[in-house]
Structures are given as structure tokens and as C-alpha cells.
Write a protein that binds this ligand. Structure first.
Ligand code: ZN
Length: 312
């Protein structure tokens, strides 16, 4: 049984970091457990950032520890720097993503580091990983944020993205992901940039997209990504986190809608959609004031819906 498309849940990181409310650790554990039980094979459970910056994610180490007990689940985390990566390695995460903003203005504003300084961090992290026994080494992903445009710089030249993707690979990343942090991307741009970056660093190193649905193009961009050979897409359950710039609009792609589109198209995700829809109740109960998004959850599954794998 092959999973054609990997849906990576990032709600516990990207969703929770975007809202003020704190989700208790027990609820996060229940969320991760329920999604894994529904067939989600990769979950980004948090970020190793100082608790005073993001109190919402202060319990990331505990959540990693718990998630590692779930068989078959890839436990992913985000780290902003070497210090965070050290914590992630101690915790035993399977996959570490370090974001590098294609827009240097955004990088300076967000992490107060230039591109050169960030690449130095990446090099140091890769060195630490190489010093570990092979079977314990996590996958290191360089996540190129603002790859499709920046709220501070506007247009981000594709040459800049390609140059940084090459630099990330030279510094020791196993792969590079492209992120539409700002929800600026359109399908034509997705296809051309993915292909350009793939031809620069090799298609095998470019297989994931992190898309936002800020302007309603999230799923159209997924389709463009699939046509360009992308096989991993991030989503957030219930579109948790929303979009601070457009009230009522969702931030991340809604995982439920993403799974519905893929499965309905015959692309196997290995996810049991009716079971995934039930996981929303955990968010509703633990974050009663947060709006949850999603068209499929609101409309329900179509009569006669069959999953691509034929299981649900
Ligand atoms: Zn995001």
C-alpha cells in the first residue's frame, strides 16, 4: 500500500503559534494521537523557540516525547537556530525544519539575522547531525519562507530563491521546502518556481510545499504543486490560526479540505477522512473561542464518497 501524497499536519505548530489562547498539553496529546489514528503519518508538533516568545509552544519537548511513542508517526519540529536544533536533537525529533526567509528584510525582522548568518546556523546544525549515529539522525529540511512574495519586500525574485536553495543544500540540508508564508502564490508561479528550484538542486530534494489559503488559492496551488511533482503538503486541521491580515480568511490550508480533494481525485493519502473530521471536536472543546474553518467539514462528505485507497 503506497501513499501517493503525504499530508503533513502543522496545526500544533503553525496553527497554535498564530493564536493567543494556550492549548493544554493533554489536549495537544489527544490531538496528535487522534490524527495519527486517522492515518496522518507526519505531524509538526511544535517549535523550539524561547517560551517567552511563544508560550503557546513552550511544551514542545514534552509533546515530542509523547508523539515519539506513536508507532509509524514522523515527528517533525521547527527550529529557528542552532540552540533550538540542539533542543530538538535532545528530544529526538525525526525531522527538523529550519526556516530561511527568502526576503532578507523579513529574516532580519523575524529572527534578526541576515541570510549569511542563518546559513551559518544551518551549517552548524548539519554538522551536529552528521556527528550522530546514522540511525538516530533526523532529516534536516531548509524551509524557504516568503518564497512566493513578502509582505515587507513584495516581489521575491526566483533567482534569490534558487540561490538560497542551493546554499541550503551546500550547508548540509537533506531537502528544501518552499513556503508561501504570506499567501501570495498563484498556481502558475508555484509550477514555475518549483520546477526552477528542482532543476537547480535536484527533484528529490524538493518535494514539499507549505501553502497558506490567505487569498483562497491554497488548493489550486496544491494542484499546481502536484503537477510539478510535489508529494508532501502541509495543512492545519480546521485551518486553525486563521489569518491575522484577513479576518475570516483561513491561514494554512485546511487539512480536511486538502485530504478531501486528494482522495476524491484518487490520490491516496492513507487518511480516513470521516475519522479525521471527528478530530475537530478536540479543537472545539479545548479552544472554544477559536474559529475553525473548512468547506468539507461544513458541507459534509458527498453521497457515495470513496477514499482513494478504498478504505473509507
Ligand atoms: Zn505557515
Amino acid at each position: 500500500m503506497t501513499t501517493a501524497i503525504l499530508v503533513s499536519e502543522v496545526g500544533p505548530r503553525d496553527g497554535l503559534q498564530s493564536i493567543a489562547a494556550l492549548m493544554p498539553l493533554e489536549s495537544k496529546m489527544a490531538w496528535v494521537k487522534a490524527e495519527a489514528a486517522a492515518g496522518v503519518r507526519e505531524i509538526e508538533v511544535g517549535s523550539f523557540v524561547p517560551a517567552k516568545l511563544l508560550p503557546q509552544l513552550a511544551d514542545t519537548a514534552s509533546l515530542v516525547q509523547y508523539a515519539l511513542t506513536i508507532p509509524g508517526l514522523t515527528v517533525a519540529v521547527l527550529v529557528p537556530n542552532l540552540h533550538g536544533a540542539q533542543a530538538a536533537l535532545r528530544a529526538g525529533a525525526h525531522k527538523i525544519t529550519i526556516p530561511l526567509s527568502a526576503s532578507e528584510t523579513h529574516s532580519l525582522r523575524n529572527v534578526r539575522r541576515t541570510h549569511a548568518q542563518m546559513l551559518e546556523e544551518v551549517r552548524a546544525i548539519a554538522q551536529l547531525i552528521r556527528a550522530m549515529p546514522p540511525q538516530r539522525r533526523p532529516v534536516l529540511e531548509g524551509g524557504l519562507s516568503t518564497a512566493f512574495g513578502c509582505t515587507l519586500e513584495g516581489h521575491v525574485p526566483s533567482m534569490k530563491v534558487i540561490e538560497l536553495a542551493e546554499a541550503l543544500m551546500r550547508c548540509g540540508c537533506d531537502e528544501v521546502g518552499l513556503s508561501d508564508t504570506t499567501g501570495y502564490a498563484n498556481p502558475a508561479q508555484i509550477k514555475s518556481l518549483v520546477r526552477e528550484v528542482q532543476s537547480a538542486v535536484g527533484a528529490a530534494a524538493v518535494h514539499s510545499l507549505h501553502l497558506h489559503n490567505t487569498r483562497g488559492l491554497g488548493l489550486a496551488n496544491v494542484l499546481a504543486g502536484i503537477e510539478a511533482g510535489i508529494t508532501t503538503f502541509d495543512g492545519s486541521l480546521g485551518g486553525l490560526g486563521g489569518c491575522p491580515f484577513a479576518p475570516g480568511a483561513s491561514g494554512n490550508i485546511v487539512t480536511e479540505d486538502l485530504v478531501f480533494m486528494l482522495e476524491a481525485m484518487g490520490l491516496d493519502t492513507g487518511i480516513d477522512l470521516p475519522r479525521l473530521l471527528e478530530v475537530r471536536s478536540i479543537l472545539r472543546d479545548s479552544l472554544p473561542d477559536e474559529p475553525l474553518y473548512g468547506f468539507t467539514p461544513a458541507a459534509g462528505l458527498p453521497l457515495g464518497y470513496t477514499a482513494a485507497g478504498g478504505t473509507a
